[in-house]
Design a protein around this ligand. Sequence first.
Ligand SMILES: Nc1ncnc2c1ncn2[C@@H]1O[C@H](COP(=O)(O)OP(=O)(O)OP(=O)(O)O)[C@@H](O)[C@H]1O
Ligand SMILES: CC(C)(CO)[C@@H](O)C(=O)NCCC(=O)O
Length: 380
Amino acid sequence: MEGALQRQSEERDSGIMTTQPSADEVSHLAVDIGGSLIKLVYSSIDPNDGLDDKGKKSSEEFSRVPNDNNDYPVLCGRLHFAKFETSKINDCLEFISSKQLHRRGRWHHEASGQDKDIIKATGGGAYRFADLFKEKLGVSLDKVDEMDCLVSGVNFLLNAVHPEAFTYIDGREEYVQIDHNDLYPYLLVNIGSGVSMIKVDGDGKFERVSGTSIGGGTFWGLGRLLTKCKSFDELLEMSHNGNNRVIDMLVGDIYGGMDYTKIGLTSTAIASSFGKAVSENKELGDYSPEDISRSLLRMISNNVGQISYLNALRFGLKRIFFGGFFIRGHAYTMDTISVAVHFWSKGEAKAMFLKHEGFLGALGAFMSYETHGLDGKITA
Ligand SMILES: Nc1ncnc2c1ncn2[C@@H]1O[C@H](COP(=O)(O)OP(=O)(O)OP(=O)(O)O)[C@@H](O)[C@H]1O
Ligand SMILES: CC(C)(CO)[C@@H](O)C(=O)NCCC(=O)O
């Protein structure tokens, strides 16, 4: 499998993949419509599909083979991933319509007419936009619970895709070999617009143990207001070149440059996010957008890392997997979360990230075709 999928999708903000299967070859489509982003997962059967113009893979192949009856399970062929901003839902509908993704192809001639007009959908938008899908595409959304989908999505990835999970330590990604006999329990932290923390005990066995409203939507929303930047990527990009120490109040700022060793705080630790803005006689315009973005990213990543660790501690969990599109494979975000988990757990707990971070829910919805047996098998 080539490169991290999240990076492929970053390059495709319109959500358009380099190559598209023809309508005839599309087998299933599932959507996850969140507060900020719509995620699509769809499969195609043509083995030649998914190659871009340089002959490189532009999507993922999942090699489930036909069974003894020569039936293909849902998860066969090649999976394609795309995303759109939820505020641009019409672009998404247009995309689905132009590629006829909602009309399952020749593989489905035996599916009943009714089944053909149903697509699996999760996230709040499955409720909010059900009428719009019906009106514009003539399809009904078969709603699948968001938490169920997140868990089945991540369990599928951890069990079937390698390499999928990795740690990010000292600027280095290191893939983790998952021991399938020793995977559960773990904590899944999905950082979308808001953040859900789910204790996963097995396939379909889980409990949402906590959440926080300070998540990806907070970063993007506050960042947009404070920096006037036009896109999420611009905001993230700016954080690269910023220095959070300009705005954050550090322990050293309070302690005259010294560490507070007795309670384990170095002089460079943040004592108060954005705290320096209180004591300096400066206006918003006196701070650079880069520094603001950096402080904001650090504040939110730290906070999520800390709450995650506290929940892991609550249930004695050693492994924490982080998903959601907030992360975006961004080095500084992953580093901050990893350091927060390491710091608070005194090295006991491990933060792990996922290549398909933002597509957990959409994958889970996709897989529910198989679980719920809508038209579970495709005759070849
Ligand atoms: N192109 C983008 N546009 C907007 N936000 C983006 C973009 N790329 C990454 N993000 C970040 O990803 C977050 C959304 O992540 P994700 O798609 O996982 O959640 P969601 O499903 O929209 O939210 P929720 O599950 O809370 O409804 C945004 O809040 C933002 O921080
Ligand atoms: C409301 C959802 C589940 C929608 O995806 C998500 O945005 C979230 O988990 N928000 C955090 C809500 C809270 O637990 O405070």
